[in-house]
Design a protein around this ligand. Structure first.
Ligand code: H79
Length: 576
């Protein structure tokens, strides 16, 4: 049978549908490594010989594991799919594999197949069961070869024969997952460094042959043209608006670890997690939030608490998250975030902004039919009571401005939602507009980049100034927490706007540890490059020259290794 292009596209759209609506999933990193309590990389970090690592299986007996509890927790959090490590880099199968006795049924006293139990429970509860499978890294198999991360302490690299691993373990095990566990929502492949185009395509075909509707994440391959159905962002990475042209997902930790780490107590707050979910949804992505169960099969209390708190929020305000499409604005709003369903715009407003009594939005060209607060409680007296809305047209720059008056108390302390029913699909001013705060935020993803120049490449944007004044020119970058800023940023950076030039060697003028889009192992650094005056409303060009302006960020597997990542340039209003 030959399938023409449009038919294939239609199939792709179909199989993606549930996933696009889902928005929120549970990631589970569970394996023998939970016994050490030092995360899933411990075998490699401590170069534990296979013979010794295998002994962990004799002690692995997670009697507290209860598929019903796990699925109920995911459901209570508002998650629609569960991705469980069927096999991580240590090579241990957390299910009954016929192709390798190094698995939970044959090698442990537990003797049960938790993935079967989870798959059945998901089926009953209406969640999608999905599997993580480390297809390239396998420290247990003598012949697995990755570009960097191999078990060379047991097996010398030169004696490895990759296809002995690929054909006799990786592919047969993936087939087992696709043929013995009912419908599989997706296979989450990881770390494909070194995998050829041919083998990447072979794995994609292999999955399609066994379950045509099963989704495949981009980490199946390093080759963009063989990168599955959707893009997995770097671990914990939240992209800029529109940075990814494909559907995407952020895999995120609750603390700083994937697999269980008893010492890691740097938990994100429930509030921060709700804000991150909102942020991801407003940029059109999915959030895959991780738990690392213990060797007894318990999900740590700290994780349970947080997932339940997020669930209390999603159960009230999920209308503004599930099955929505991204904000029509290509920049972040300082008061929160935006999602869309058809002709309704949801404004997701952070708690502290609510108390200001109202919010402003510039550049929405639609008329508003009805504005109301989502009470998160259908029976509330105030439900759908119209809010007062003022729309104004700023003729000098041709811009619609909107002010919404908010009632004194917010339905939720963390994020509350205002729904705007519009006269049609959202129609938004495509320019980079000055925000109601007076600031201008320009993301590097949308810059026009030119190569060369003494100070490095040049990023350029055009923006619309409404209310002129005096501005600090601020460069925003993410810095890996363990890196010295000065070791990387020792070159002059130049910004040019409205006939003025400011330049300096950027310093850390402000350091933010956990903003909605930046988190461990990165911190957000604000560097003031200088001050400029802009005297007239209108259109302006601004340029940034810096060694940190990259022409195109290449694919980098150690996602959390780049020391500095340039994010945006902002004009921060300091005086009228
Ligand atoms: O499963 C989780 C990680 O184990 C896995 N992806 C997520 C979802 C992952 N595999 N490879 N990588 C992440 C990138 C490798 C990062 C490394 Fe490192 C940096 C390896 C060595 C230095 C992180 C830090 C691991 C050990 C030290």
């Amino acid at each position: 049978m030959s399938l023409s292009g449009p038919v294939i596209e239609a199939q792709e759209a179909d199989r993606m549908q549930w996933w696009k609506a889902a928005k929120f999933g549970l990631f589970v990193h569970w394996g023998l490594y939970a016994l050490h309590g030092k995360g899933e990389w411990h075998m490699s970090g401590a170069k534990i010989p296979v013979k010794e690592y295998e002994k962990l299986a004799e002690r692995f007996n997670p009697v507290k594991f209860d598929a019903r509890e796990w699925v109920a927790l995911a459901k209570a959090a508002g998650m629609k799919y569960i991705v469980v490590t069927a096999k991580h880099h240590d090579g241990f199968a957390m299910y009954h594999s016929e192709h390798d006795p190094f698995n939970i049924v044959d090698a442990t006293p537990f003797r049960r197949d938790p993935l079967k139990e989870l798959a059945e429970e998901c089926q009953r509860e209406g969640l999608r069961m999905c599997f993580y499978y480390s297809h390239v890294i396998d420290w247990h198999h003598p012949h697995a070869i990755h570009e960097f991360y191999n078990n060379t302490w047991d097996y010398p690299l030169e004696e490895k024969a990759f296809y002995a691993y690929w054909n006799r373990k990786a592919k047969p095990q993936v087939k087992e997952l696709l043929t013995k566990y009912g419908p599989v929502g997706l296979i989450w492949f990881d770390t494909a460094g070194g995998l050829s185009k041919k083998d990447s395509q072979e794995m994609i075909d292999w999955v399609r042959d066994h379950q045509p509707t099963c989704l495949i994440n981009s980490r199946v391959s390093h080759w963009p043209q063989y990168a599955g159905d959707y893009s997995s962002k770097g671990d914990n990475e939240i992209p800029m608006h529109g940075e990814d042209s494909r559907p995407w997902e952020t895999p995120m930790t609750l603390n700083d670890s994937w697999g269980y780490q008893n010492k890691d107590q740097s938990w994100k707050s429930s509030e921060a997690l709700i804000r991150k979910l909102v942020h991801v949804a407003s940029k059109g992505g999915n959030l895959l939030l991780n738990v690392g169960p213990t060797a007894e099969g318990d999900i740590p209390d700290e994780s349970v608490e947080r997932l339940k708190a997020v669930g209390r929020w999603t159960s009230r305000f999920g209308e503004a998250i599930y099955d929505t499409t991204p904000s029509p604005f290509h920049y972040e709003q300082e008061w929160g975030a935006i999602t869309v369903r058809d002709t309704t715009l949801y404004l997701l407003i952070h708690g502290p902004y609510w108390s200001k009594g109202g919010i402003d939005l510039y550049g929405l060209n639609n008329a508003i039919r009805h504005a109301y607060v989502l009470q998160g409680d259908e029976d509330a007296d105030e439900a759908r009571k119209p809010l007062s809305v003022q729309q104004h047209y700023h003729a000098a720059v041709g811009l619609h401005q909107l002010h919404i008056t908010l009632p004194p108390s917010a339905p939720d302390d963390v994020v509350s939602v205002v729904a705007l029913e519009l006269d049609g699909k959202p129609h938004v001013d495509p320019r980079w507009l000055q925000l109601p705060t007076g600031d201008i935020r320009l993301d590097i993803a949308h810059a026009e980049v030119k190569s060369g120049g003494e100070a490095g490449n040049e990023a350029g944007w055009s923006f619309t100034m409404l209310e002129p004044g005096e501005f600090d020119v601020v460069m925003i970058a993410f810095k890996r927490f363990n890196q010295e800023w000065s070791a990387h940023c020792h070159q002059e950076v130049i910004a040019t706007v409205a006939g003025q030039q400011v330049s300096c060697i950027p310093a850390v003028d402000k350091l933010l540890e956990d903003t909605p889009t930046c988190q461990h192992p990165y911190e957000e650094v604000h560097s003031v490059l200088g001050r400029v005056q802009i005297r007239q409303p209108g259109e302006y060009d601004i340029r940034l020259q810096s060694a940190w302006v990259k022409e195109k960020t290449g694919f980098f597997e150690a996602w959390q290794a780049a020391p500095i990542r340039l994010r945006s340039l902002q004009l921060v209003k300091v005086a009228p």
